[in-house]
Design a protein around this ligand. Structure first.
Ligand code: FAD
Length: 526
């Protein structure tokens, strides 16, 4: 039997998934240590700050169809959540298109000739589709026609991913745009929506000080339950013996001091490839080769502080034009007024998608601020003189890339990590899966429950297209898919695996999170 006091779960990563797992375990009186390499928690969903302004790394809508996730959020932040209206547009050919697309607005902007060509092209590709649908381009063209693909998908998707749409796997489209029919797209563009759909797409919850507020609250509750959240703790080595992980080594990012932390169970939300490459003794060669082949996309946010009270009413604007490098512009004040210290100024986040080490990533901050100012002026969104200050935040490995070979590499890594009976990988990069906060959190719930109750539920089944089932009605899921079609961070929401193994017939915290996870004493532990 493993006594509680002998137990120490080590969690790598203080993002949404790691902290959710940590909270659930600490709540069940199992001591945890969360190791986070940054000096703040929240991972990609952190809130950065500069001179009293708060900046969200990407614009995080709190939006889920999972009751477990919503209840967790409500329990943690309660009345510090705002419900925000969503407004976003696409900037293309010097015009603003409503987003989600609306027929009359698109028709007016494109003109009769382009609109007719889009319709003809759609009919042509419906009649004679690509026989193979292995790439993103083929997948979208078969559903909407080549011309619509070129108008509304190609340039933005290539900005985000940095690879051609003909190299991007159709898996990504299938995961993000699943269930969308042409009929729904047309009905939606004509403005035909029901009430449920309106809620789904047109408003979202948002912590008044950005997403990091949620994750700082979770971290502080973990500490108040007697567990530990260590910041600036970069995990540099993972020791293994047989089918067990024994300890991890960390380097303090500030003092450079090394320390070693043994544990009984390990949960990792760090990138899967890095986890495997940091194993000691090293993983077998074919596994290391697979890890080296996984790729990621990174991005940076250039934040501008502007002496203008109301710049535009959108939360964010997609920039499809390829004559500027910026991909998306956030207007943080429209997410929450508390993101700015005074209402006479505004703050913007210009998102540049790039690869760690490329010319954009390496550009000095001051040059990036200048570039952002110039591009805003070129887009006609502000005058350079209105910008009073700026700063830059870099977000590494923000997107796990689904290229043509990622599946086989992930499979090799999954098989290898699956051999350890006290290691679970969770979250977005921990599973190399395009998970939003809610799916990342669900993997954290499952990992914690597996430790508390001794279950063996497969975290890899969360948000895996073959195994999930939609919680939404067909119409809702099609509408959500339509929004996701052009929005890489909005997923049609999927629930936990249907066949999740349960130790007994008690209600699982996955279905009822208001219930604390209670330890089930397994015969083996007696
Ligand atoms: C531009 C953008 C917009 C987004 N918008 C939304 C949205 O609107 N709604 C939504 O729900 N989701 C959104 N997401 C997705 C959301 O950010 C992720 O789903 C979520 O952050 C994943 O949580 P995670 O814990 O799995 O991973 P992460 O957030 O990546 O956290 C992993 C943590 O591990 C730490 N770590 C890594 N290596 C080590 C190491 N060696 N030692 C110690 N610590 C380490 C990292 O520093 C990080 O804090 C968006 C993402 C992006 C990129």
């Amino acid at each position: 039997m493993r006594a509680k006091e002998q137990e120490r779960v080590v969690i790598i990563g203080g993002g949404p998934s790691g902290l959710t797992a940590g909270y659930q375990l600490a709540d069940s009186a199992i001591p945890v240590t969360v190791l986070e390499k940054h000096s703040i928690v929240g991972g990609i969903a952190r809130t950065e700050s500069y001179k009293g302004f708060s900046f969200d790394m990407g614009g995080h809508r709190f939006f889920s169809k999972s009751k477990a996730v919503n209840d967790f959020w409500d329990k943690l932040l309660a009345d510090r959540f705002l419900t925000r209206p969503r407004q976003s547009r696409i900037y293309y050919r010097r015009k603003f298109f409503d987003y989600p697309l609306r027929a009359m607005n698109a028709f007016r902007n494109l003109g009769i000739i382009d609109s007719s060509l889009i319709m003809f092209s759609c009919l042509r590709w419906k009649a004679f589709p690509y026989k193979e649908e292995t790439t993103f381009e083929q997948w979208v063209t078969n559903r909407f026609g080549k011309r619509l693909f070129k108008t509304f998908f190609e340039s933005y998707t290539e900005k985000v991913w940095g690879i051609s749409c003909s190299e991007l796997s159709a898996d990504w489209a299938a995961q993000r745009i699943k269930g969308l029919s042409l009929k729904t797209a047309v009905l939606s563009a004509l403005g035909k929506k029901d009430k449920g759909i309106k809620t789904l797409i047109e408003s979202f919850k948002y912590p008044e000080k950005g997403p990091g507020m949620m994750w700082e609250e979770v971290a502080s509750q973990i500490v108040s339950k007697g567990s530990d959240v260590r910041l600036d703790a970069n995990v540099t080595r993972i020791h293994r013996t047989g089918n067990k992980i024994t300890k991890v080594e960390t380097v303090d990012q500030k003092s450079k001091a090394t320390s070693v932390l043994p544990g009984t169970d390990f949960i990792s939300s760090m990138p899967l490839s890095e986890l495997v490459l940091k194993m000691d003794p090293p993983a077998p060669e074919h596994v290391r080769r697979a890890a080296e082949k996984l790729s990621y996309r990174d991005f940076l946010t250039v934040c501008l502080i502007v002496n203008v009270e109301n710049l535009f009413s959108d939360n964010w604007i997609y920039i499809h034009d390829s004559n500027v490098k910026v991909g998306r512009i956030q207007n943080y004040k429209n997410w929450s007024p508390k993101m700015v210290p005074n209402q006479t100024q505004s703050s913007l986040g210009l998102e540049y998608f790039c690869n760690e080490g490329d010319s954009i990533w390496n550009m000095p901050d001051q040059d990036l601020v200048e570039l952002a100012k110039q591009e805003m002026q070129e887009l006609g969104l502000l005058e350079v003189e209105d910008v009073v200050d700026g700063c830059v935040f870099r977000v590494e490995k923000s997107y796990p890339v689904y290229d043509s070979t990622y599946r086989e590499h992930v499979a090799a890594l999954r098989e290898f990590v699956g051999e350890f009976d006290n290691l679970q990988t969770i979250g977005r990069n921990g599973l190399h899966r395009y998970n939003n906060q809610d799916h990342a959190m669900i993997t954290g719930f499952i990992a914690a429950e597996n430790i508390v109750n001794g279950t063996d539920t497969d975290v890899w089944a969360v948000n895996e297209d073959k195994q999930y089932h939609e919680e939404l009605s067909t119409a809702e899921s099609e509408q959500a898919s339509l929004a996701a079609a052009q929005d890489p961070e909005l997923t049609p929401l999927h629930s936990v695996p249907r066949n999740a193994a349960k130790p007994d017939d008690r209600e699982s915290p996955l279905t009822d999170p208001t219930k604390k996870i209670e330890r089930v004493v397994q015969p083996a532990q007696l």
